[in-house]
Design a protein around this ligand. Structure first.
Ligand SMILES: Cc1cc2nc3c(=O)[nH]c(=O)nc-3n(C[C@H](O)[C@H](O)[C@H](O)COP(=O)(O)OP(=O)(O)OC[C@H]3O[C@@H](n4cnc5c(N)ncnc54)[C@H](O)[C@@H]3O)c2cc1C
Length: 484
């Protein structure tokens, strides 16, 4: 059946004429990773008749990018295990996949996407479009940063290329960047027995946590043989007798066989910009709560877009897989005719580094102050379960609350990987979402058994320490092991 669908929703409000082969809604999604697949699954869930097609540049739809370090470390033995869903699962969910296909352009007036040369068809039509093109790793324009032994890590292609190089017998690696991927990779490469030097321009690794906790992470890296140079930049990389030589600022050099650049990502926005979609201040796509781009019939989600921050009440660029899934689901629902709204995030994240888990949510003191709050940060050190049961470790918990109103604004936790750090930061994130006051944490009915917690969960004890500090008007932190 060929139908002609005339709507009045073009960019310039001019009528759009869409040619459809059938009366079924046709949703095309550019991007087959976290955001794109979440959008596709939700759209099909809500409209089982819809034709939902995913176009992706590579051959690895729905692979867990977040899992790559664990395949490279050897902990996940087979890369195929990184697939969130197999091709069969995706097909069974009614999705059509067009892998190894690059979208070159979009034409919202005609409802068409143009495909790369060599594709079976030069273009395909859509009724609704979701842009989920993600991000690409930053590769600073510095001498030698484009050398073949200087790797980046984002796609399965990057992972295969790094894996091949490591298997070829590399013995030493320079990691440039001490964000969560840099420290995860330091862990992964030490597990393989490699010599690892990590260079970070900032004063500490993991800029998402306060310096009071950064030292614990630095100690963990050092204890596992990672040499960390903080306050240091790599300004050039040269080839030198079969090795790479990295020149450092403020001076010195590092020699390694391979370098891994993990210095952040850049949103891929060119397709969306080409059709007039706006960028936010961060350089990522601006979207509204329904993940609409402002171009009629076009939604966007994931690392290509900005993320609304619940406490700051504005959008920032916080590219995370957890967010990409949620935004994708909203975009998919709305592309299928819904009106769902993305509630935003708190930047909640957790990372494992050797035997430590490091997590953060919400605001830190400096951002809270800049937003007009009157923040008080109190740090406590509390056993992660009853000390009489073997294997208790300290949890370093920092609670940020508003001194004036008592509102919980943020939290950071560093503890042993067995210490349920993620559960505890998630409890704080949930409390912040519900605009709870710090003192209300003590009213939560949290679980307890001695091998896992204490009658007062450590975050409740930390909240009580925060309340005491607030009522005694005491400074920024109160330390000490509590909750024994
Ligand atoms: C090593 C690593 C570890 C990570 N660990 C975590 C973690 O522990 N927790 C966490 O929350 N986040 C983590 N992340 C971040 C997370 O992986 C990303 O936030 C997430 O992958 C974003 O998903 P996305 O779908 O928006 O984009 P991407 O994963 O970047 O996918 C983009 C998709 O678009 C396709 N595409 C792009 N342009 C085109 C085009 N022109 N035509 C056709 N297809 C196109 C690509 O082929 C791909 O399918 C990690 C990232 C890395 C690299």
């Amino acid at each position: 059946v060929t139908t002609i669908d005339v709507t009045l929703q073009g960019i310039d409000k001019a009528p759009i004429i869409r040619h459809r082969r059938s009366t079924r809604l046709r949703i095309v999604i550019v991007g087959g990773s976290d955001a794109g697949v979440a959008a596709a699954l939700r759209a099909r869930e809500l409209d089982a008749e819809a034709e939902v097609e995913l176009i992706l540049a590579d051959d690895f739809p729905n692979f867990s990018v977040c899992g790559i370090p664990f395949w490279l470390s050897g902990e996940t033995p087979d890369w195929r295990g990184l697939a969130h869903r197999t091709l069969e699962d995706l097909s069974a969910a009614g999705l059509k996949l067009r892998p190894n296909t690059l979208v070159k352009g979009l034409d919202p007036a005609r409802g068409e996407v143009t495909l790369s040369e060599g594709s079976q068809e030069p273009s395909i039509g859509y009724d609704r479009l979701v842009i989920a093109t993600g991000a690409v790793p930053k590769r600073p324009q510095l001498p030698g940063f484009e050398l073949p032994d200087v790797h980046v890590l984002r796609t399965m292609g990057d992972a295969f290329s790094l894996h091949r190089a490591l298997d070829a017998g590399v013995g030493s690696v320079l990691i440039v960047g001490g964000g969560y991927i840099g420290v995860e990779m330091a862990d992964a490469l030490r597990r393989r027995g490699l010599e690892v030097v990590l260079v970070e321009r900032g004063e500490q690794v993991l800029s998402t946590i306060d310096s009071e906790l950064g030292a614990t992470v630095a100690d963990e890296l050092a204890a596992h043989g990672v040499r960390c140079l903080t306050g240091t930049g790599v300004v050039a990389i040269e080839r030198d007798d079969g090795y790479l030589k990295a020149l450092l600022d403020p001076g010195g050099e590092i020699v390694a066989e391979l370098a891994l650049l993990v210095v952040g990502v850049q949103p891929q926005t060119s397709l969306a910009r080409g059709i007039g979609a706006e960028l936010g201040e961060s350089g990522a796509l601006k979207v509204d709560a329904q993940m609409r781009t402002g171009v009629a019939g076009v939604w966007a989600a994931g690392d290509a877009t900005e993320t609304y921050h619940q406490l700051l009440q504005r959008s920032l660029y916080i590219p995370l897989g957890s967010t990409a899934h949620k935004q994708g689901r909203i975009a998919g629902e709305n592309a299928a005719g819904g009106h769902a709204e993305f509630a935003g995030t708190l930047g909640t994240q957790v990372v494992k580094v050797f035997d430590l888990a490091i997590a953060a949510t919400g605001l830190r003191e400096a951002n809270a102050l800049a937003e007009g709050f009157t923040p008080l940060t109190v740090q406590s050190v509390i056993e992660d379960h009853k000390a009489y049961y073997p294997g208790a470790h300290p949890l370093h918990i920092r609670i940020v609350g508003d001194r004036r109103t008592g509102q919980l604004l943020g939290g950071q936790i560093v503890g042993h990987i067995s210490g349920q750090v993620a559960k505890r930061i998630d409890t704080l994130a949930t409390a912040i979402y519900h605009r709870m006051r710090v003192e209300e944490l003590s009213s939560l009915d949290l679980s307890y058994t001695p091998p896992l917690s204490a009658p007062w969960d450590p975050i409740q004890t930390a909240a009580q320490v925060w309340e005491r500090a607030r009522s005694t008007n005491c400074g920024s932190r109160a330390a000490g092991v509590e909750g024994r």
